[in-house]
Design a protein around this ligand. Structure first.
Ligand code: C2E
Ligand code: MG
Ligand code: MG
Ligand code: MG
Length: 280
């Protein structure tokens, strides 16, 4: 973006911008290496069945284990990965990793566990996602019903015709779709209904407002009734307090996720958590 200089003129390149550009380029180069060297790791955050209080599955959340900078959160590198198209390689890696992991956990558990995997808009358009998923299903022997793919409203409506075809193919295989950060995008209810979506993940901005009062519920009851009428499940994201959990339970919300239960943790810690057989 052009910056306004002191004398009221527009400077096309400031030294700050050169620095920014340089940093971006460095990050991109770094990311190429990270993909080649598999410097990523997946953390897992439990999703709780609010009827039983038990772990129903995990959301896979990528982190970058940078050799110099340590653990980098997705917000610090996914935007560049999306801009450069590198997100597709990272996304494939995460999907394979997470599917193998959930299969392993399923072997140790009697109750069914599902894996929630985030998909970037580009993965819906660019990669041959179906072939990739079929390959992963074949090599892991994972049931397609174990996989929930999370997409945002905006990526869903970005490329309507081709996305619709892809989502139908996924649905035909028995793979579920969740709308991530629901309530923050601008898909219409009509559009929503025309997609084969099984789950709404209510954005955490709605949940974090909950303070025990009826007013703080805002649109949550409406989202829950939409889900009920259209036969969808709901996951409340970002539950941080007992009070928020109580309020959501009173409204008969199916599933919950948030720091109140657990932060995203590495695979070993998640294995330990399950061994304790927690119930909330
Ligand atoms: P998201 O899919 O909405 O994931 C939930 C984010 O909310 C995670 O942040 C999680 O740590 C955070 N969170 C969960 N519970 C709470 C809570 O109680 N309080 C607060 N304050 N935060 C909570 P994280 O891991 O930093 O991921 C950020 C975003 O990066 C994700 O948002 C998702 O959009 C994206 N992302 C992460 N992994 C992947 C991936 O493998 N592929 C793609 N395409 N995107 C990913
Ligand atoms: Mg998500
Ligand atoms: Mg989310
Ligand atoms: Mg989010």
């Amino acid at each position: 973006r052009a910056k306004k200089s002191g004398r009221g003129q527009y400077q096309v390149f400031s030294s700050e911008m050169h620095q920014d550009a340089h940093k971006l380029l460095e990050l991109e180069t770094d990311l190429h290496r990270a993909i080649a060297q598999e410097e990523f790791t997946v953390h897992y955050q439990p999703i709780i069945n609010l009827n039983t209080g038990k772990i129903a599955g995990f959301e896979a959340l990528v982190r970058w284990l940078h050799p110099k900078r340590g653990l980098i959160p997705p917000g610090a590198f996914l935007p560049v990965a999306e801009e450069t198209g590198l997100i597709c390689s990272i996304g494939s890696w995460v999907m394979r990793q997470a599917c193998h992991q959930i299969y392993q956990w399923q072997q140790q558990q009697s109750e069914p566990l599902r894996i929630y995997i985030n998909l970037a808009a580009q993965q819906l358009i660019k990669t041959n996602l179906i072939d990739e998923i079929d390959q992963i299903l074949a090599e892991t022997q994972l049931k397609p019903e174990s996989i929930k793919l999370e997409i945002t409203e905006s990526s869903m409506i970005q490329n309507l015709a081709s996305t619709r075809r892809l989502l139908k193919q996924l649905c035909d295989r028995g793979i579920d779709l969740s709308i991530d950060d629901f309530g923050t995008g601008y898909s219409s209810l009509g559009q929503l209904q025309s997609f084969p979506v099984q789950t709404l993940k209510i954005d955490r901005s709605f949940i974090q407002r909950l303070d025990g009062t009826t007013q703080s519920l805002g649109l949550i009851p409406i989202i829950l009734s939409i889900a009920k009428v259209t036969n969808m499940d709901v996951v409340a994201e970002g539950i941080e307090t007992q009070q928020q959990l109580d309020q959501l339970r009173q409204l008969e919300t199916n599933f919950g996720q948030g720091f109140f239960f657990s932060k995203p943790i590495d695979a070993d810690s998640a294995t330990q958590l399950m061994a304790q057989n927690p119930q909330w």
